[in-house]
Design a protein around this ligand. Structure first.
Ligand code: SF4
Length: 291
């Protein structure tokens, strides 16, 4: 564990130095209000680097998460660390998950995660940021994330680097004003994260005490169905907000003459939850069962 902690601190120091060199501004530690972000904040303090903190207000986070972020910011501000909450906008106007869905005319899905682009990945443009991404979170991350990354719309211009990589000079010398990322705990397992939280007495989002494994947007289509069901049972007003957003989305589709198989927001919600019930199909299933 000590080794991983030292490696994480070293990555943060390198990231902070790159940030000052390229952008002449401090490294931004991004926080979602989840445990991995809190670990990064703690490590940044331990690293003794100059940094600021940003949080993207997704509008779909649990109230507990919003409160936890505010409380964390209050403590950081006491230490004179600059903290910013980015409020989402779309086409120049303030937006929420519920006003975005009708504008996009379809629910966000696992494949088309437009909400992440709009609500979660704002801020930090042309800056160096730190995130709490870890390989242990998914196989996709294992394959396409690294300790240091240079992001670019053009895939060819993206670059992934491990520690002490030969390509580092190229990464550093490149003049592209792209967003650069350092992921100091990329190689930490869940056990490493929990052990560190315990040994450092880091104050966590209270939702983990309720047994929530992940803390993020309520109803996120990327999460498993069971988890989403539990979230909607825990925060039923969010379910209502999605259904009303889907109602407005259906009206929008009809107004534009787009085909829609959903009659109501509830139909769209059921499809979105993976229940796969389309009007007519239920009758068909019943007929089959009767048969
Ligand atoms: S709901 Fe999921 S996909 Fe959408 S912004 Fe939140 S995390 Fe991203």
């Amino acid at each position: 564990m000590m080794d991983k902690e030292c490696a994480a601190i070293e990555r943060l120091r390198v990231g902070a130095e790159m940030s000052e060199t390229y952008y002449e501004q401090p490294l931004i530690i991004t926080t979602s209000g989840g445990k991995d972000s809190d670990v990064c904040l703690h490590l940044a303090q331990a690293a003794g680097i100059n940094y600021e903190v940003q949080h993207n207000h997704t509008t779909a986070d649990a109230p507990e998460t919003v409160r936890h972020v505010r409380e964390t910011f209050r403590k950081l501000e006491e230490k004179e660390i600059k903290c910013t909450i980015n409020w989402p906008t779309y086409k120049g106007q303030p937006v929420t998950m519920w006003s975005l869905i009708p504008q996009k005319l379809m629910p966000p899905t696992r494949v088309v995660r437009y909400c992440c682009d709009v609500l979660k990945e704002q801020g930090g443009k042309n800056r160096m940021i730190c995130t709490g991404v870890r390989w242990a979170e998914s196989t996709a991350r294992k394959n396409n994330r690294a300790a240091f990354e240079r992001l670019h719309r053009d895939r060819e211009k993206r670059m992934l680097l491990s520690d002490n990589d030969d390509k580092r000079r190229l990464f550093e010398n490149c003049q592209l004003k792209a967003k650069r990322v350092v992921n100091p705990i990329i190689d930490w397992t869940d056990e490493d994260v929990w052990a560190y939280i315990e040994s450092e007495h880091i104050q966590m989002n209270p939702l983990y005490c309720e047994g929530q494994h992940r803390v993020g947007c309520i109803g996120c289509p990327v999460a498993g169905r069971k988890g989403r069901e539990l979230e909607f049972a825990r925060w039923p007003t969010y379910k209502g907000a999605y259904i009303r957003a889907f109602d407005r989305m259906i009206e929008g589709r009809k107004a534009r003459g787009l085909e829609t198989e959903w009659q109501t927001g509830t139909d769209a919600f059921d499809w979105w939850m993976g229940y796969d019930v389309l009007p007519g199909q239920m009758d068909f299933d019943e007929v089959m069962n009767d048969g």
